[in-house]
Design a protein around this ligand. Sequence first.
Ligand code: ARG
Length: 588
Amino acid sequence: ASQEFTGNLKREVEKLFDASLRITVPDGTSVETEVAASLPGKPGDYQCNNAMGLWSVIKGKGTQFRGPPAVGQAISKNLPASEMVETCSVAGPGFVNLVLSSKWMAKSIEKMLIDGIDTWAPTLPVKRAVVDFSSPNIAKEMHVGHLRSTIIGDTLARMLEYSKVEILRRNHVGDWGTQFGMLLEYLFEKFPDTESVTETAIGDLQTFYKKSKTKFDEDPDFKEKAQKAVVRLQGGDPIYRKAWAKICEISRTEFAKVYQRLKVELEEKGESFYNPYIANVIGELDSKGLIEESEGARVIFLEGFNIPLMVVKSDGGFKYASTDLTALWYRLNEEKAEWIVYVTDVGQQQHFNMFFKAARKAGWLPDSDKTYPRVDHVGFGLVLGDDGKRFRTRSSDVVRLVDLLDEAKTRSKTALIERGKDKEWTPEELDQTAEAVGYGAVKYADLKNNRLTNYTFNFDQMLSDKGNTAVYLLYAHARICSIIRKSGKDIDKLKKTEKLALDHPEERALGLHLLRFAETVEEACSNLLPNVLCHYLYDLSERYTSFYSIHQVIGSPEEASRLLLCEATAVVMRKCFHLLGITPVYKI
Ligand code: ARG
């Protein structure tokens, strides 16, 4: 049968084995089909490992089979005819090894080149999801932790968007905490005429924050006024509201600079947005009997935690958790999201586990993980400096993100100038490449590690053109593009007129890796692990190098086919870059 490639190679192979298992053991055992990509150096491209499991289910029940190898043989024999399959054989105790047809592989890649890589996009079981990421706090520093959240969250959003999920990119900024009491009171003290409050008047908000904090800690009178200010703000006093809005606006302008540089899109729905809904949501939880009094506060006791989740303080104020419960309620009920993903440092894990648990108790979420509606806390580790301690810059204890990005760009520009690119390129080209490489390096260095581990911020390492870095990968892509350019051939014409052949082992290995793109994205999405995609991308460039170092492209009898293979590699690399939020470069 003609098998149209829908993108997920592993799933296609699974379908074939599913059909075979049903024929092999008709009275539907509950055994799930187990298919895995074969390890390098092992026979076959995919392996089905069901023979032994099936055997243990059917043995002694009058089966015709005489052990796992025979079950394996039957699985292999009963595999439906498909143009995907070259051969199928059995090894050892019943491992069924499937070799894909190189012809079919080549045809599927040719088709992608014509129809576009979006035809390979995975399909996930959700229509709409929220990714809650970046989420800095107004007037406080936007630190490297927020940078990680921004980078990781953006990549997750991009991968899910590619997989046809509508993503609500939410910036859950901290714009409603008790810190506003002291900020506002300090503001009024400095500027009794609130109309005159401008950006310049407040100056550097972080310094302003620090000064008001010092006063708050040292001056009991001020402290009392600050506490009253919160009440007036939350009660809607117009003067307080106006001053609050001003402070938020100044912060917002600062944050926007970082987002703009990183080309990250976000929609702000800060903590204050949910304020009007909190009372009702707490009321609902109360009517369900979840809320108890404890030392004047109102809390939810949760099994497995030694502290309760505090929802209302003794003075009647709401907490971080009350807002998060309300935001979750809103996202599920008003925004109809089926999956909500929160990206913060692992330090907040307990907070998320606790309010997730409260939501399950309230019946808002199913009891088990990975069933929908689903919530996930995507935690990440610390950013460390070379000294192994929390990352700080030489001059100050706060790392200004904008400075960090500037330095990445400056360094990559210097490296390009050292290679004489300023003489070859226009100033715009030089600038754009420096930006793509510099920012790309910062992003990739963060994303390539398992997000849960701490990672060491090191410019020299991330900007090196050797090893697993964005620079190396961007250059690899640019080199492929330059080969295609040098051939002088019109690649769009070749796509329509020429055939791709995967006759040599290196060509075939590269082709197989290309076909595994979609299943990789799907895995990265379902486990929320961007490093899976980074790993894939690095492997891809290694496979390409193995191919290119052995086989001549330009001027060889296989030129047309090999140019198509180069183009397919470049297309998949570009899609990876796109999903990782990295701008590709075409010249080096
Ligand atoms: N503003 C918080 C912080 O800076 C992060 C908020 C994360 N999102 C959430 N829904 N709790 O630590």
